[in-house]
Design a binder for this molecule. Structure first.
Ligand SMILES: NC(=O)c1ccc[n+]([C@@H]2O[C@H](COP(=O)([O-])OP(=O)(O)OC[C@H]3O[C@@H](n4cnc5c(N)ncnc54)[C@H](OP(=O)(O)O)[C@@H]3O)[C@@H](O)[C@H]2O)c1
Length: 297
């Protein structure tokens, strides 16, 4: 299958491109940071002419639309930019996927929910509380209201073994701090479904290969507050847990509000997919093995 990945330089897109090869022909769209795997293609999703020309050249069978403005506080501070990338950019991808008749998988987020309930199922009604969540939900609507064969994959706090798009992810940031004996305050009042990028990439590829349609929660199977997640990470890597201090999010000076409990119920994915959402113990073990292949635990 000929697959075009947008945001292939990112934490998720990079991993999808890596594992999709050599089974598929992979075109890796990037903007500011060149992608690593597959055939590289410069693709600013907000640039209509560039998107059109990429689709004309590639004629993809399937598109994984992973590119987004993911910095939640930046979205809040610059809603025009968030709208441009997450809404207009998605519209460009949808319109061109229609012209080439490509299957579209849109990567969405737990932040479409307000976090008052948690354990969100695919059928729950979204109600975002920040600009990032609102623009990602508008992106979902653009996809679902089109006549495209499509899948919407919602996920939550992604982590992985490699920096991507010029930055560390939450888990790598914590591991680096712990290795350098740097103390950290981590919030206890944000409950999430942490998601290992390798597991997520496998689930997304399977959904694509099977052309599953509709909404799927593709996330880690364990619900945890951020503090407990980081404690388990430190434990898995035998690092000094005393450097991690629990705190309340009221102590943070974030521009954007965060949902309190945005956990995603993954029963549907567990039932339907061969690649199941991993629980936290198995996911952290696999992350450890990826970072240090000598670790057989
Ligand atoms: N990370 C999370 O915890 C999380 C949680 C829930 C959902 N998601 C969703 O998962 C998807 C992947 O997230 P991620 O963590 O892999 O993101 P990321 O590491 O922050 O990377 C963002 C990607 O989007 C690309 N991008 C940004 N603006 C673009 C533009 N104008 N044109 C083309 N590409 C552009 C970046 O390209 P360059 O770097 O080359 O500029 C990069 O490849 C996103 O749709 C996000 O909304 C992420």
């Amino acid at each position: 299958m000929k697959i075009l990945i947008t945001g292939a330089s990112g934490l998720l897109g990079n991993k999808i491109a890596q594992i999709a090869l050599p089974k598929h022909i992979v075109y890796s769209g990037y903007n500011q940071h060149p992608a690593i795997h597959g055939t590289l293609i410069e693709l600013d999703i907000t640039n209509q002419a560039q998107v059109e020309s990429a689709f004309k050249k590639i004629k993809p069978d399937a598109v994984i639309h992973s590119a987004a403005l993911t910095n939640v506080d930046l979205c809040e501070q610059n809603p025009e930019l968030a709208e441009q990338v997450n809404v207009e950019g998605t519209l460009n991808i949808v319109e061109n996927s229609m012209k080439t008749g490509s299957f579209l998988l849109y990567v969405s987020t737990d932040y479409v929910f307000d976090g008052e309930k948690g354990d969100y199922q695919e059928t729950d009604t979204p109600s975002p509380i920040n600009v990032y969540g609102k623009t990602k939900l508008q992106g979902e609507k653009t996809v679902s209201e089109s006549s495209l064969d499509h899948c919407i994959a919602r996920t939550c706090v992604i982590y992985g073994a490699q920096p991507a798009a010029g930055k560390d992810n939450f888990a790598l940031w914590v591991l680096n701090n712990l290795k350098n004996n740097k103390p950290m305050n981590i919030v206890t009042d944000q409950i999430i479904s942490p998601t290992y990028n390798h597991n997520l990439a496998e689930m997304i590829l399977e959904a694509l290969e099977r052309r599953l349609t509709g909404i799927y929660n593709l996330a880690g199977a364990t619900y945890l507050d951020r503090y407990t997640f980081i404690k388990l990470l430190a434990e898995e890597f035998s690092l000094d847990e005393s450097l991690i201090t629990p705190c309340d999010s009221s102590a943070m000076t974030w521009a954007a509000k965060r949902p309190r409990n945005s956990t995603l119920n993954t029963e549907k994915a567990s039932r339907i997919l061969k690649n199941k959402p991993l629980n936290i113990t198995n996911a952290l073990r696999q992350l450890h093995r990826e970072l240090d292949p000598r670790n057989k635990a």
